[in-house]
Design a protein around this ligand. Structure first.
Ligand SMILES: Cc1cc2nc3c(=O)[nH]c(=O)nc-3n(C[C@H](O)[C@H](O)[C@H](O)COP(=O)(O)OP(=O)(O)OC[C@H]3O[C@@H](n4cnc5c(N)ncnc54)[C@H](O)[C@@H]3O)c2cc1C
Length: 432
């Protein structure tokens, strides 16, 4: 690792997309690359310095290395501040969207265009399919109840339970390169602009000059940097989309307690493992430590949109994030129907799922949906292709300024978003 005064490319934000860009761009030894990340970098995995909760991919590390939020009650805003970004604390599910999801993104981004990059991202994430014998009794029963609609998860989780983050997958192989600098614990404030040309970034550690600036600070962080840079003539921060859903819990039966105790004697428990996909809905079970059986349903093609804006010009200030969940009534209808499907699944699992404890049988589906709708941690769309950036990720009206993360998805795919984000970054890396 080396430090240069001037770089060819500065990559702002070291999450999923930033790690991909840093790894790929530094493959060319003549290109000097600087990756700037607000959170810590614990070094190569083999150095043994990564915190245990980040390494343990069987559980979400929800309270670890998070950004401060404008509304601590709103869990939907949760996001990681660490090298690897949200891939460092997420659920390790790697699913592709439907072809139609990508086909609507326009020229250059159809399913056929994206396929080689999805494949490359799957390979680099060391994706493997969970084995049936890794599913705990309740998860396996839920999978059976879903029949042909069940997807056993492809995951970026090693056999021994390590979350294979984007930092391990893309940055670790590049750490020895002289042309790559990783500048952690450094907050990017805004771009340095000379007229319409980006010439670097201003950060908490001073100015970093570069010929090309690539923003990979997420669907929350990238629009924030553009807005702080005074780019207000484009719809930056608008079109925020996340999947919207709600949960349900049951009391475990005596049969489940018995089977669970037996299973955990020689298996490691993990939070999930399967999704049941019915039309545009995802239904899935979750295990919480202790004896709660929970599950959730998400509308995967929501129509509601929200926005990200600044609360202050100070880059340390939390952002104003309004997801706009259920602002389109069509989403209420879809999710209410989905919640009723989830209740039916519970009925078919009566061997394991006893009395409904959350919200309780006396609460009707629509009331529950309206009261508890939340996000899936999949923010997208705030610097969308066709609105803020062109089909090469270049911000309209600016030179040498590219966005290459989840924010450029014009519409949200019907899948968890990590794999698609990595594929986007792989594709844009080739165009820089
Ligand atoms: C709890 C949780 C669980 C999830 N589970 C899954 C899952 O199982 N499967 C799946 O496909 N997806 C999942 N996701 C979503 C997935 O992780 C994201 O879609 C993906 O990480 C987005 O990548 P990104 O590069 O756009 O943003 P991020 O990964 O969020 O990376 C952005 C990076 O930029 C940094 N940054 C932001 N602002 C600045 C700044 N001003 N200066 C410097 N650095 C900055 C951040 O610290 C962060 O490291 C989950 C997300 C969360 C939060």
């Amino acid at each position: 690792m080396a430090t240069h005064v001037h770089y060819d490319v500065v990559v702002a934000g070291g999450g999923t997309a930033g790690c991909v860009l840093a790894g790929r761009l530094s493959e060319d030894p003549s290109r000097r690359v600087c990756l700037v990340e607000a959170g810590p970098d614990y070094g190569a995995l083999r150095e043994g310095r990564w915190p245990a909760d980040i390494l343990d991919g069987r559980w979400l590390a929800l309270d670890s290395h998070c950004w401060e939020s404008n509304d601590e009650e709103d869990r939907s805003q949760l996001r990681a501040r660490i090298l690897g970004g949200c891939s460092a604390h997420n659920a390790c599910v790697l699913l592709r969207g439907a072809d139609a999801d990508y086909d609507e993104w326009g020229p250059g981004w159809t399913a056929a265009d994206l396929a080689p990059y999805l494949e490359r991202a799957e390979k680099t994430f060391a994706t493997r399919l969970l084995r049936r014998d890794e599913l705990s009794p309740f998860i396996a029963a839920f999978a059976d109840a879903g029949g042909d609609d069940t997807i056993i998860h492809p995951v970026n989780l090693t056999e021994d339970g390590i979350r294979w983050t984007a930092a391990f997958a893309w940055v670790d192989p590049a750490r020895g390169r002289d042309n790559l600098t990783i500048q952690a614990d450094t907050l990017v404030d805004r771009m340095l602009l000379e007229g319409s040309r980006a010439v670097g970034v201003s950060t908490s550690a001073g100015e970093i000059r570069a010929d090309t600036v690539v923003l990979t600070a997420s669907a929350y962080g990238s629009p924030a940097i553009l807005l702080r840079s005074g780019i207000t003539e484009l719809p930056v921060g608008e079109n925020l989309a996340d999947h919207v859903g709600t949960g349900l819990a049951w009391e475990p039966t005596a049969a489940l307690r018995r089977d669970w105790d037996e299973w955990t004697r020689d298996h490691a428990l993990s939070m999930g493992g399967v999704t049941v996909r019915i039309d545009d809905l995802f239904l899935f079970p979750a295990v919480d430590p202790g004896y709660e059986l929970s599950s959730a349903v998400f509308a995967m093609k929501p129509r509601s949109r929200g926005c990200v804006s600044l609360t202050s010009a100070d880059p340390r200030a939390p952002l104003a994030i309004d997801h706009g969940f259920l602002s389109d009534e069509a989403d209420v209808e879809v999710l209410t129907a989905g919640f009723e499907r989830l209740r039916e699944v519970g009925t078919s699992l009566s061997h394991y799922a006893g009395r409904e404890t959350r919200p309780g049988e006396d609460v009707d589906a629509e009331t529950h949906v309206r009261a508890t709708a939340r996000g899936f941690f999949h923010p997208t769309g705030t610097c969308a292709i066709g609105a803020v950036v062109d089909e090469r990720g270049r911000v309209y009206g600016y030179e040498n300024l590219v966005v290459a993360d989840a924010s450029i998805m014009p519409t949200i795919p019907r899948a968890n978003t990590n794999l698609t984000t990595a594929a986007i970054a792989e594709k844009i890396a080739e165009m820089i």
